[in-house]
Design a protein around this ligand. Structure first.
Ligand code: PAP
Length: 349
């Protein structure tokens, strides 16, 4: 798929100067692309191995452009996740927290636009059509809100070196895998062969899928958040499910938009939690009917939203294998995962 054809609804239009630059850049890009290992993920999409992760090929050029050109501002906020870990939810929450004084409660733009339309991906949106979009003079007012699935080591240095803030969300790998499995079943490329859950699981364990390996992605941000907790807030999907109010307050505080006593008294926190809830977003017309820049229907982002749904699909052998992988990857890190909504404590503590 040609990257230029993909993002039709992005309003950052290339200038003639950009077009010249694009020609040289295309050569450079093609050369680099030749050198990379390539595979197909189980849902039929091309992926290429770059800087230690499997990058979806249709956005590879956009990732490089983002790395080369993005200049972070100290006021920027970047929502980062591994796919299927709660990106949509965290975008809705972050947008609502930061902009809550810009609109009346019942006029939250989330009622008319999907969370992914309100906080754009660098790679799927902003850099997809233009290698160097003018984000400084665009209509984005501070704080600018962006998002990405790019792993920590591959972020542009201007993000790491500035005072911009990162909010990262992770999820237990069992639920993440099942969520990805159902998502990819819906989006499987028409000409790709069907894959069994077993085969997909094998590739999942090997890390061969877009943005994988999951374990490296999570470890990278976990470590960075431990080293720099004022810069990176590391959130867990399961904690948001368990106590959205306290997690929302934590998020607002971290972002520099804490709730006032007055706001708390007037139920502003609860109102945001409700607006961003799965039950609310799933039923909105915009999330039922619209499609994203890649033609994915928004409704594919809303399935069950449960903790522990994996237990309906994974065999005991699969669970064993994932438990081992969790242990191998996170044992000494201090990172733990809640695997079911019933479990009183985090697993693998
Ligand atoms: P993305 O990375 O492709 O944007 P992402 O939003 O991270 O996807 O993950 C989708 C998962 O979040 C789905 O989980 P499930 O398959 O286990 O059901 C989806 O249902 C869930 N989800 C979407 N919106 C919300 C929300 N507002 N609250 C809780 N969970 C949500």
């Amino acid at each position: 798929m040609d990257a230029k054809e993909i993002a039709k609804d992005i309003n950052i239009v290339p200038t003639p100067q950009d077009e010249d630059h694009e020609v040289n850049w295309e050569d450079e890009f093609q050369e680099l692309m030749q050198t990379l290992p390539k595979e197909k993920s189980w849902y039929g999409r091309d992926i290429c191995f770059y800087q230690g992760f499997w990058c979806p090929s249709p956005v590879f050029k956009a990732v490089i452009s983002f790395q080369k050109h993005f200049q972070a501002l100290d006021t920027d906020i970047i929502v980062i996740s591994f796919p299927k870990c709660g990106t949509t939810w965290l975008k809705a929450l972050t947008f609502s927290v930061v902009n809550r004084n810009q609109f009346a409660r019942e006029e939250n733009p989330l009622f008319r636009s999907g969370p992914h339309q309100l906080i754009r991906f660098f790679e799927y949106d902003l850099y997809l059509k233009n290698p160097s979009p003018d984000l400084e003079n665009s209509s984005l007012y501070p704080p600018r809100l962006f998002s990405t699935h790019v792993p920590y080591p591959s972020l542009p240095s201007s993000i790491k070196d500035s005072n911009s803030k990162i909010v990262y969300i992770c999820r237990n790998p069992m639920d993440m895998f099942i969520s990805l499995w159902f998502f990819t079943e819906k989006l499987r490329a028409e000409n790709s062969e069907p894959f069994s859950l077993d085969e997909a699981f094998e590739l999942f364990c090997r890390g061969t899928y877009g943005w994988g390996p999951f374990f490296d992605h999570v470890s990278g941000y976990w470590k960075a958040s431990q080293e720099n907790p004022n810069k990176i807030l590391f959130l867990k999907y399961e904690n948001l499910k368990e106590d959205i109010i306290s997690q929302l307050k934590k998020l607002a505080m971290f972002l520099g938009f804490p709730f006032t006593e007055e706001e708390e008294k007037h139920g502003v926190v609860e109102e945001i939690a409700k607006t961003c809830s799965f039950a609310n977003l799933k039923e909105l017309a915009v999330n039922k009917n619209d499609v994203n820049t890649f033609g994915f229907p928004h409704n594919t982002l809303f399935r069950k939203a449960e903790v522990g749904d994996w237990s309906n699909y994974l065999t005991p052998a699969m669970v064993d294998r994932l438990e081992k992988l969790i242990q191998e990857n996170f044992d000494k890190s201090g990172l733990t995962f809640k695997l079911s909504s019933q479990s009183p404590k985090d697993a693998f503590a």
